[in-house]
Design a protein around this ligand. Structure first.
Ligand SMILES: Cc1cc2nc3c(=O)[nH]c(=O)nc-3n(C[C@H](O)[C@H](O)[C@H](O)COP(=O)(O)OP(=O)(O)OC[C@H]3O[C@@H](n4cnc5c(N)ncnc54)[C@H](O)[C@@H]3O)c2cc1C
Length: 404
């Protein structure tokens, strides 16, 4: 078997196939293997999740993902990594990590196993095109032509090109007859044309973020947000970015409404504000607001609420209500996502209707297989993408046989 891509699903496929006695060679276009694993989970590698349910995956063909999720669960992933000597620990919110919390250790252990099993990785070798004749593939690569009877394309998606992401595998699959679903960046930061964000660049707050498209409520996510020079980042933003991308793609006007005091109701906030309001006080409003919200956001809150009061003595009930409304509904119009460069994953890819979910074999080209993110399946943040990368590799290896 020749495997294209020494990433998450390519490396695990190689290990599992080799353990079953198959001879495996990996072609990798970069100088290093597992670059996205190395960068994953902020270097800690969020390897999987306690509850990999279908709701966490996105695809044009959900039954394909379901077929895999029904067969392989978290226990299978823990067992797989246990077989490599990687003990898995679980965080309170159900994310799985290697006990070492080091993505680099995961890659080193995978590469050790690869070496012990005698799998060759040919680095700096990019697959450019394939053709098949008499059940043999001819692979055109940057290191010349190669022949293989069985081929796995595990080349991932174009997310994070700086880590090797590219769509060459998807394009090659398309040229040999597979339908492909258009790709879009996901788990990605968002950009804005609004000038005020650069003034608060670096401010990080826990928020509830609501997405409106053409004024209509779409969805919401809770978590950190981080204002940046170009727009907005943070976990809640990565989580909502897929929906934003979908609506931007249909030319909708996308606006975020950000509640920067998500754990307190409007009524509670009103009570608090009123209890500190003092019509006789000459305290500046800015100083007064510092007692409740991040001070860097105060000028923005005042602007958006059109608060004219400068001193506490000038603040009337109506202005207090406007301030509270703005704190719970800070508006930010979105111009775009940060593109594939900022994305952890890409949507779309090879249409899974052209792939057998029992074997990962192409229905169009015999002895050709696909695993991982090259397929039209992307998961939410939280270890779901690796779960699919590992389990698609397990599915392939469990069913792979070479017929004489
Ligand atoms: C910054 C970042 C953080 C992430 N963190 C997490 C996380 O914590 N948890 C999680 O579940 N997911 C995470 N992901 C997503 C996860 O990394 C991917 O979903 C997963 O790596 C996909 O595995 P894969 O095997 O399909 O592709 P990849 O791991 O991307 O591997 C594909 C390999 O194929 C090679 N290749 C591509 N084209 C060719 C070609 N034509 N010829 C030869 N080689 C080729 C590439 O160089 C690459 O090495 C993260 C992604 C990024 C970018």
């Amino acid at each position: 078997m020749t495997i294209v891509g020494a990433g998450a699903s390519g490396l695990i496929s190689a290990i599992l196939l080799s353990r079953k006695g198959h001879s495996v060679t990996i072609l990798e276009r970069q100088k290093k293997a597992g670059k996205k694993i190395l960068a994953s989970g902020n270097g800690k590698c969020n390897i999987g999740n306690r509850s990999p349910t279908i709701a966490h995956y996105h695809s044009d063909n959900p039954p394909f993902v379901k077929a895999l999720l029904d067969r392989y669960d978290t226990a299978d992933v823990i067992k797989l990594f246990g077989s490599l000597g990687i003990h898995i620990a679980e965080s309170k919110d159900g994310k799985l990590f290697p006990m070492s919390l080091q993505a680099s250790s995961v890659v080193e252990i995978l590469l050790y196993e690869i070496e012990i099993l005698g799998v060759e990785i040919v680095y700096d070798c990019e697959l450019l095109a394939i053709s098949q004749e008499d059940e043999l593939f001819t692979l055109d690569t940057t290191q010349g032509q190669m022949i293989s009877s069985h081929l796995l394309i595990a080349s991932g998606s174009e997310a994070s090109p700086q880590l090797g992401g590219n769509r060459s595998g998807i394009d090659i699959a398309s040229t040999i007859g597979h339908n492909t679903i258009p790709s879009m960046p996901s788990l990605v930061q968002l950009t804005t044309d609004e000038k005020w964000v650069s003034r608060v660049s670096g401010v990080k707050v826990e928020s509830l973020v609501k997405l409106y498209a053409n004024g209509e409520y779409i969805t919401q996510r809770e978590g950190d947000i981080l204002f940046t020079d170009y727009g907005i980042s943070g976990l809640a933003i990565l989580d909502i970015s897929r929906s934003v991308g979908e609506h931007l793609a249909t030319y909708s006007y996308c606006e975020l409404s950000i509640d920067i005091a998500p754990h307190i109701t409007k009524e509670q906030l009103t009570q608090i504000f009123l209890s500190y309001a003092d019509p006789k006080s000459e305290k500046p409003i800015d100083i007064w607001l510092m007692g409740f919200v991040n001070k860097k956001l105060i000028s923005i809150i005042k602007e958006q609420s059109k608060c004219r009061a400068k001193l506490l003595s000038q603040l009337n009930r109506k202005e207090i209500n406007k301030l509270i409304y703005t704190i719970k509904n800070l508006k930010l119009s979105i111009s775009n996502t940060r593109g594939f460069k900022g994305a952890e994953v890409a949507t779309g890819g090879v249409d899974t209707r052209d792939v057998d979910p029992q074997t990962m074999q192409s229905k169009i080209v015999k002895n050709l297989y696909f695993t991982g993110e090259i397929l039209d399946i992307d998961g939410d943040r939280g270890g779901f993408n690796f779960h699919f990368a590992w389990t698609s590799a397990m599915r392939l290896a469990d069913h792979f046989t070479i017929q004489a």
